[in-house]
Every structure is written in structure tokens, then in C-alpha cells.
Design a protein around this ligand. Structure first.
Ligand SMILES: Cc1cc2nc3c(=O)[nH]c(=O)nc-3n(C[C@H](O)[C@H](O)[C@H](O)COP(=O)(O)O)c2cc1C
Length: 544
């Protein structure tokens, strides 16, 4: 028998309908299972055979065939919070996260939007002129669809955060994915509050939406309430917001959505989603009770999601939406090199490590990178060790310094310093001023030259720097590779971000059905219990 049933049947249900609508053979049963838009009734006929059907009627009157299990219709677009899809005009409660330096490229955001999905442009690390270019391109390509831009907290380069907010406001970028915040800054508050208006009925209208990505409860709390009065007063004094906006700011939380970021690629606290998500949802519920805002804050999940199983797990824990990251870097639209995409296609979940982050190097902040196929991780860790051990580049023992110059920097450190001066002249000249009389700071900037450029080398595919590629990546990438092994999606050239989203979400809806039936006592063949990626139209076209 293909399917076994081993539970005490206490549902009291029976089934009536045409016997021809019941499938008892493997192919037919699988067809009934995959029709997730219809109910799936598991019935037992008078010969004791177990079959599946999508049709007929249920009764409690003990007439007809015995019903062993029931799975209600549930399609991918029902997963998560319907209001997320409604507010952002989306097909699924699914979003791709920002990836710095334009790795989450215009192409990626546009492709997602065209499929009625939400993508976030990777604005972090880019100069304002480049971000403006992306705004123009995206707004031109998808004038009526939703998209987001990353607003990243930059404690070391405040001018960038401030400049980004100015750009977003001037160009009416209506959704930002705010990330790396430890607390609120006047800049993010400026963005949010400058978009507040009141409708004729007196309700607050939030024009500038904030999806805040957090990995700590205390940071989440800042985004779940109104901004501090002192900050609003200051913005008012500077003429950045009106007094009406300052007043309205007290009636709405800082964020519409909170993305809980668990163990992910890039910046991460490496927390497991199963531990973090329930805590943040609980906090949201408490804050909601305390402040009773008209806006209900949604909590979404990121970190480790790249398969139908992980997406379903997040939804079942109460995630309003899911966010993917690592897997999108391996997609055709990602703004990185073919070499990186090929490397990513080989990794398993354990091929990642934590390494110092360029943007918060001095604070000892780390991010998750690829370990396999590059020496960036160990080299960056070594630089941080030097930074902690020595106060100046001149304190580094000659032998070690020579080794560094030869292997890592491939030039004398003083030359690197000259490059730093040139670089910051355009981005944030204050950085250089602050380092001029501070040898330790100068050392940090020199080391950050390597940390910063190593991701550019990876994105550009700089051939003589292959061993220095910094590739942000989390264990999700390995999970995706495991899932897509021996399928067309195993090949980087077949990975399209919107298609990946579709496969994950369709798979999650299918697995919801499977898990539901299993919990009612059904045992099915192992191959029915997983969801293999389907060959989408786009993929079929690509494969000829
Ligand atoms: C290559 C890469 C770059 C990233 N850069 C950023 C970034 O600039 N800003 C940001 O908010 N998140 C960034 N992230 C995090 C993603 O937006 C997303 O939240 C995360 O990758 C989800 O976890 P996952 O990698 O396990 O899928 C980055 C992730 C990757 C893989």
C-alpha cells in the first residue's frame, strides 16, 4: 500500500461523491495532493483501500466512505499576512532583502516587481550619484509597482545615511528597508516623519513606509513605537519636518514591518529563527497593547530561508512575510560576477564563517561570508587582530608588515593610505580629518580599504584578486543547493529571483498540505513528502 494510516480516527467524518473521483494509484494520488487550490480528502473504501480525492462532500452523518484525513485548500498567496500583500500590492508575502553595493541590483528589483513581488535595492556602500541612478532606473521601469531601497545605518559615515534620506525624500522613494540600526537616528526619523500627512477624516497617512530589519529585541522596540520627542524637536528646529508632522509622529510606530533577521548572510547575530521570531512577535504584541496605534506592525522572518521547508516553518511560527537574501546573490539578476555565482552553486551550509565587517570594523562587528574558495575570511580576521594589538601601522613588526603588504595589500601601506584619502574625499572627507592625528584610526581606514574593496573585487570578478573575494553568504545558500541538487535550478544560469520565490512559495503551500496530512496520521512515500523545483516557463525557455 502506497499510503499508510496509523492514527485513532476521531474526526467523525464521512465522504460522499463519485467513486471515479478517488485516485488509488501513485500518479493520481500525487495529482490530488498537488492541487492545493482544492481540498484533499483521504478516504478509505469498503475494501480498506486508501485513496485521495479533491471532490465530493463531507458529512458528519456516517453516510458514505470513511474519511481518514482532510487538507483544506491553501495556495501560496495565502501564506503570511494578507495585509502585507495588500499594502505593497504583492502576489506573495515574500520579499528579497537588500544586498550592498548594488548586488541586489536594479535588474533584481525590477524582475521582482514585474512578478508582483517586493525587492529591495542594495544601496548600502554606493555613492549618492549611483543610488540616484538606481532610483531613476527603477522608477522608470516599474512606475506603478512596489519596490524598496535599503537605508543602512552608517555610524562611521553618517553623511552617507543623511544623504540617502535626502535622496529618498527628494525622489519619493516610498519604502525603505532600514537595517544595521542599534537605535533610532535623526535620519531614519526624518524619512519616516517627513512622509506623514492627515486625511480629511483626520487619520494619519503614512506615505513613507519603513521595513526595519533587526536581530535584537531592544532594537526592535525602538521601531515599534513613536520616535523620541527630543529628536522630533530637533528635526522641527532644523525645518526638516512640520509641526503637524511632529504631532502625527506620536500616533504611529516608526516601522510598518519588522523583519526578524536570524542567522543570515551579511550582518547577523547568528541567532536561530526558531528562538528569535517568537520573542519578537511577543514583544510586538506587548507593544501593540501598550501603545494601541491604528497601524498594526507586522513581523516577518529572514535568515536561513531558501527552501519551501524553511519558508513554511517561518509562516507557521507566525511570520507575516519571509525575506530571502543569500540565494538571490546566486541568481542571474544579481550584481555580482559569474565566478561568485558559480562558487555559490557549490557551497554547503557549513561553508560559511564570520569575519570583520568593513562598515563597523572598529566596533568589532562581524558579518557572515563564504569560506570556501576564498581566503578573505581568515585574512580579514588577521587584520582585526592587528588592529587590536597595535596602535599604529608603524607598530606592526617589520616582518609581519612586509607579509601583509605582499600578500594582502599587494602594495606598501602608505600607498594604501593615499588611496584612502582619495576615496574618502568624495564620500565623507570628515573621515580623513578624524584620522589625521589619530594613528589607530588611520590604521582602521587602511584595513577597511581591503575590507571594502574585497567585495568590489568579488562583484566585478577581478581575476587577480580571486583569493580575496569577500562574498556575503549565510547557511541558506547551502540549503538551497541541497534542495535544487540534480534539478535545473542547480545551475546558476537557471536561477531567476522571481522564479526562485515562486518555487519556494509554491513548495511551502504544498508542504503545508503534506505536514497537515502527516499530523493526521498519514504516512506517504518519501518522495511525495518533499517538493522538487518545477521547470518554470522561463527556465524552459532558457534551456531551449
Ligand atoms: C550578499 C549579501 C549582501 C547583503 N547586504 C545587505 C545590505 O546591504 N543591507 C541589508 O539590510 N541586508 C543585507 N544583506 C542581508 C539580506 O538583505 C537578507 O536580510 C539576508 O541575507 C537574509 O538571510 P539569508 O542570507 O539567510 O537568506 C545582505 C545579504 C547578502 C547575502
Amino acid at each position: 500500500m502506497l499510503v499508510k494510516y496509523n492514527a485513532i480516527n476521531n474526526n467523525g467524518l464521512s465522504w460522499m461523491g463519485s467513486p471515479r473521483a478517488i485516485a488509488f494509484d501513485a500518479k493520481g494520488m500525487q495529482q490530488k495532493l498537488t492541487a492545493v487550490d482544492k481540498p484533499c480528502f483521504v478516504v478509505q473504501d469498503f475494501n480498506g483501500r486508501i485513496g485521495f480525492t479533491n471532490e465530493g462532500d463531507l458529512s458528519t452523518k456516517n453516510k458514505g466512505l470513511k474519511v481518514l484525513a482532510v487538507a483544506h485548500p491553501l495556495t501560496a498567496n495565502q501564506l503570511g499576512d494578507a495585509s502585507f500583500c495588500e499594502d505593497y500590492k504583492l502576489k506573495y508575502a515574500y520579499k528579497t532583502g537588500a544586498m550592498a553595493n548594488g548586488i541586489a541590483s536594479e535588474e533584481l528589483v525590477i524582475a521582482m516587481a514585474k512578478a508582483n513581488l517586493l525587492g529591495s535595492f542594495g544601496a548600502a556602500g554606493l555613492v549618492p550619484a549611483r543610488v540616484l541612478q538606481a532610483i531613476n532606473r527603477i522608477q522608470g521601469a516599474i512606475p506603478t509597482k512596489s519596490y524598496a531601497f535599503n537605508l543602512i545605518h552608517s555610524p562611521n559615515e553618517e553623511a552617507l545615511e543623511e544623504g540617502a534620506v535626502r535622496l529618498f525624500l527628494e525622489n519619493k522613494v516610498r519604502v525603505v528597508e532600514a537595517s544595521a540600526y542599534l537605535k533610532l537616528t535623526p535620519h531614519i526619523v526624518h524619512y519616516r516623519v517627513a512622509g506623514l500627512t492627515r486625511d480629511i477624516e483626520g487619520n494619519v497617512v503614512v506615505n513613507n513606509k519603513v521595513i526595519a530589519k533587526i536581530s535584537r529585541t531592544e532594537v526592535a522596540a525602538h521601531f515599534m513605537k513613536a520616535p523620541p520627542k527630543a529628536m522630533l524637536d530637533q528635526l522641527l528646529k532644523e525645518g526638516k519636518i512640520t509641526s503637524l508632522q511632529a504631532e502625527l509622529a506620536n500616533q504611529v510606530p516608526m516601522a510598518d514591518d519588522i523583519t526578524v533577521e536570524a542567522d543570515s548572510g551579511g550582518h547577523t547575530d547568528n541567532r536561530p529563527l526558531v528562538a528569535l521570531l517568537p520573542s519578537i512577535i511577543r514583544l510586538r504584541n506587548e507593544m501593540e497593547k501598550k501603545y494601541n496605534y491604528a497601524i498594526k506592525i507586522r513581523v516577518g522572518a529572514a535568515g536561513g530561508i531558501a527552501t519551501p521547508e524553511s519558508a513554511l516553518g517561518a509562516f507557521m511560527m507566525g511570520a507575516a512575510y519571509v525575506v530571502t537574501g543569500s540565494v538571490n546573490q546566486a541568481c542571474v539578476e544579481a550584481g555580482t560576477s559569474e565566478h561568485v555565482k558559480n562558487l555559490l552553486a557549490q557551497v554547503s551550509s557549513t561553508d560559511v564563517m564570520m569575519a570583520p565587517a568593513s562598515d563597523m570594523f572598529e566596533m568589532g562587528v562581524e558579518l557572515q561570508v563564504l569560506k570556501r574558495g576564498t581566503l578573505f575570511g581568515p585574512r580579514a580576521k588577521k587584520l582585526y587582530e592587528y588592529y587590536n594589538r597595535y596602535q599604529s601601522i608603524d607598530d606592526i613588526p617589520t616582518k609581519e608588515r612586509e607579509k601583509l603588504e605582499k600578500q594582502v595589500f599587494k602594495q606598501p601601506l602608505e600607498k594604501v593610505w593615499e588611496a584612502c584619502i582619495q576615496f574618502f574625499q568624495e564620500r565623507d572627507p570628515k573621515q580623513i580629518e578624524r584620522a589625521e592625528n589619530n594613528e589607530h584610526r588611520k590604521m582602521a581606514l587602511i584595513f577597511r580599504w581591503y575590507l571594502g574593496l574585497s567585495s568590489n573585487w568579488a562583484n566585478a570578478g577581478t581575476t587577480d584578486r580571486k583569493t580575496d573575494y569577500q562574498i556575503w553568504c549565510g547557511p541558506a545558500m547551502g540549503a538551497f543547493n541541497d534542495w535544487t541538487k540534480n534539478t535545473p535550478l542547480a545551475k546558476p544560469e537557471n536561477r531567476y529571483a522571481a522564479d526562485v520565490a515562486e518555487q519556494i512559495m509554491e513548495g511551502a503551500a504544498y508542504l503545508y498540505r503534506i505536514q497537515s496530512l502527516k499530523m493526521q496520521g498519514l504516512t506517504m512515500p518519501a518522495e511525495w513528502e518533499s517538493y522538487a523545483p518545477k521547470t518554470s516557463e522561463k527556465m524552459a525557455m532558457m534551456m531551449g
